[in-house]
Every structure is written in C-alpha cells, then in structure tokens.
Design a protein around this ligand. Structure first.
Ligand SMILES: *Cc1c(COP(=O)(O)O)cnc(C)c1O
Length: 404
C-alpha cells in the first residue's frame, strides 16, 4: 500500500528540491544568541553572527531567565501532564496571565502552547455563519488557518489598504440575505513579518468604529518592544483602548521559548476557557517556561534599555546599509528587508553571507511576491555595534563575491 504513496512523495520532495525551495535546517550547537555555532546537519558548525532570529531583545539565553527556569524545575517540576481545566493549572499560569493583562492593559488573558494555537482557538467559538471576519491579505498563516476553522463569512482586504478594508466592511452589511453581519471582526498582524511594515491601526480602529466591528491584532512581532513600554503596536499608535483582542507569542521577544496568548475583553477570554479547542485539548505550558516568561515580562517592564539597544541597532543597520547603496524597505522595525529582486541572486547572497560569517535568510516567491526576493535581516539587542558593522561589511563583501 505504501509503495505507491512513497513514490509520489519522493517525486514531490524532488520537485521542491528542484524548485530551489527545499528548507534545509542549519543545526545550532550553542544557545540561541547574537553569536552562535551553526552548520549543516552532520557536519561541524562555524561561529557566525545570527541576524535571522526573532530574538529581538536578546533574552533567549539571558542568565536570569535560565536561573528562573531552573528554579521552577526544582520547585514546580518538569511537566504538567494535563490540560488546564483538568489538573494542569499552577499558580504560575495564573500569575503569567495576570501579568500579561497588566502589561497590555487588558481585562484578562488566556495562555496557549503557542500563538499558532491561540489563533486556532479564538475564532471558532466567537464567530458563526451569520458573522463576518475581515482579514488582511498578508496575515500570518495561523490566523488564516484559525479563521478557516470558524463558519463565519470570510473577507480579505489588500495588505494594509484602508480603502479596500472599507469596501469589504461595506459588503458585510448585506451578507445575510440582505441583512448585515451579526458580529464583525477586523483581524490584522501588528507587524507584517516579510516587510517589517506596521498595520495602519488608527485607520483600522476608525473604520471598526464606523462599521461596529471588533479589532483583533496579532502582535507577535511587536510584543515586548514596540510602543513606549513595549506593549506593542496598539501602544505605538496610541490606540490600545480601541483594540478588543490581542494575540501574541512568547516565542519571539519575550524569551523565545514557546507559548502564546489571547488577551482582551473579559467575557471573550472567559468563553475561550470554556470553548477554545486548543485550550481544552492540548497540554498546559511547562512550569519552567511559564516562570521564565513571567520574568521576561518583568525584565521588559523594568527596563527600557533593551528596547533602546534594539532600535539603535536597527537604525544603525538601516543607515549604514543605505550608505553602502543597498535597497532596503523603509521603516522603523527591527525587521529590515534587503531587496534583491531575483530569487537566485537572493539565495546566492545568503550563501555568500554565511561564508562571511553572518547567518541571514533569503526569501523568495511564494513567500514574497514574484520579483521581490530579499534577505530579511532581523536585528537584536544581543548585537553590539561592532556586530552590526560586521554584518554591513559582510553584505558589501558578499555583493562583490556574487557579482564576481
Ligand atoms: C510567529 C508568529 C506566530 C506563531 O507564534 P508561535 O507561538 O511560534 O506559534 C503567530 N502569529 C504571528 C503574526 C507570528 O509572527
């Protein structure tokens, strides 16, 4: 029986390899950090500067978090072996939920094993056939999948395009045999990860008000560092009180381990505890991760220094790369796309960068539009000024090597 399928899958894998889109994983033998040892599987790695992690605040190997995680292992054990509602809720889970609510300025928070799960949980219990979900075309895959799990009518608007958002919202007014949608939610990433662009939240909130819609922001690429206190893109734009629902991850700036959340209106969170399927049917966050993430949040709240370092590095990189004649997408975020256009060129550049001791990743179609291939650089507070300068020099040398 398997023989036929095996041949089909082998052919599919070969096609991926031939298309040049096969994802080969590099193996890291150090903690995640600004400087790591990494190499192809089965071979010795080399020390490289890492410019492609979501480790925005450099907390992934922070000794304070490691210590806290160790202490939690001693005091609260290794795992919960239960979902939250059976016997998987420790004091730590409640503390983290309360701390996040305070940090984001929301009424309540519910934890998940990942933000992927948070986005998989949030739509189905809240939105049914008579409702409307209006979603940005470039939203994260987990939002797209989560929205698919609900029976609501789906609307898609062009990336960050308020005119198109209005058009889609107008369509919700007649969706139920000429009658308006019962509930409407506008869903957007706070930051779009391939471009580093921010969602136009003030305009989105205005339209939401006009059309009686809720606003939901997945702030995974912003929580912990965007905004004056790190509370994310709604804070950055001064619209925190107009956002009804946040989702986000602990797997990026907030220590980078794992876990995610939905935060916002109390009744929504309460309903998700009763009906959110990834909450009801998937294991609780491990105690060590919960405790250390709680501390990551305290570190972020207690110091603006990490955020300042991150943005200083991002600005330095943008300035220096522009001086060297590279084509960057404009912006302020720590995601800095270096535009190369051609997919093969972007791939060769990334390889040449690695030879220069700098780990970056090339992205091409279908992840980004045809002809818009790029290297996505991600800055971190873990980088020193010298690291950033070394990355710029590596880009210059790689360009020379590739252009031959
Ligand atoms: C990274 C990311 C996720 C997934 O987060 P995990 O916790 O790793 O599952 C979800 N949404 C967005 C916008 C992301 O950038």
């Amino acid at each position: 029986m398997y023989t036929d399928l095996k041949d089909q899958l082998t052919a599919e894998l070969t096609a991926i390899e031939e298309a040049g889109t096969f994802k080969h994983e590099r193996v890291i033998t150090t903690p995640q950090a600004g400087r790591i040892t990494a190499g192809p599987a089965g071979r010795d790695g080399a020390e490289v500067l890492n410019f492609c992690a979501n480790n925005y605040l450099g907390l992934a190997d922070d000794p304070r978090l490691v210590d806290t995680a160790k202490r939690a292992l001693d005091e609260r054990g290794f795992g919960m072996a239960s979902v939250r509602f059976i016997c998987g809720t420790q004091d730590l889970h409640l503390e983290l939920e309360q701390a996040l609510s305070a940090f984001l300025g929301t009424e309540d928070t519910i934890l998940f094993s990942s933000c992927f799960d948070a986005n998989g949980a949030v739509f189905e219990p809240l939105f049914g056939r008579e409702d409307a979900i209006v979603s940005d075309a470039l939203n994260h895959a987990s939002l797209i999948d989560g929205i698919r799990l609900s029976k609501a009518v789906r609307y898609r608007y062009a990336n960050a395009d308020l005119a198109d958002l209005r058009t889609q919202l107008e369509a919700t007014r007649t969706q139920n045999d000429g009658a308006p949608a019962r509930r409407i939610v506008i869903v957007t990433d706070g930051v779009f990860s391939m471009d580093g662009y921010l969602a136009p939240l003030p305009g989105i909130c205005d339209l939401a008000e006009e059309f009686g819609a809720l606003v939901m922001v997945d702030d995974s690429h912003a929580v912990g560092f965007m905004g004056a206190t790190g509370a994310g893109t709604p804070e950055h734009f001064g619209v925190s009180d107009r956002v009804d629902l946040y989702t986000g991850t602990f797997g990026k700036a907030l220590g980078g381990a794992s876990g995610g959340y939905v935060s916002g209106r109390a009744e929504i969170v309460a309903l998700l505890r009763q009906k959110g399927r990834p909450y009801l049917f998937s294991n609780s966050l491990a105690p060590s991760i919960t405790a250390a993430t709680l501390q990551a949040l305290e570190l972020v709240e207690g110091s603006a220094e990490l955020r300042a370092t991150l943005f200083r590095n991002a600005e330095l990189f943008r300035t220096r790369m522009t001086e060297e004649g590279f084509d960057l997408l404009p912006g302020e975020h720590a995601i800095v796309p270096v535009m190369l256009g051609d997919a093969a060129l972007a791939g060769r550049m990334a390889d040449a960068m690695l030879e220069q001791g700098v780990f970056v990743t090339a992205f091409s179609y279908p992840v980004v539009p045809q002809g818009k291939a790029r290297i996505r650089v991600q800055l971190s507070a873990a980088h020193t000024e010298q690291d950033v300068e070394a990355a710029v020099r590596a880009f210059v040398a790689a360009r020379a090597a590739v252009q031959g």
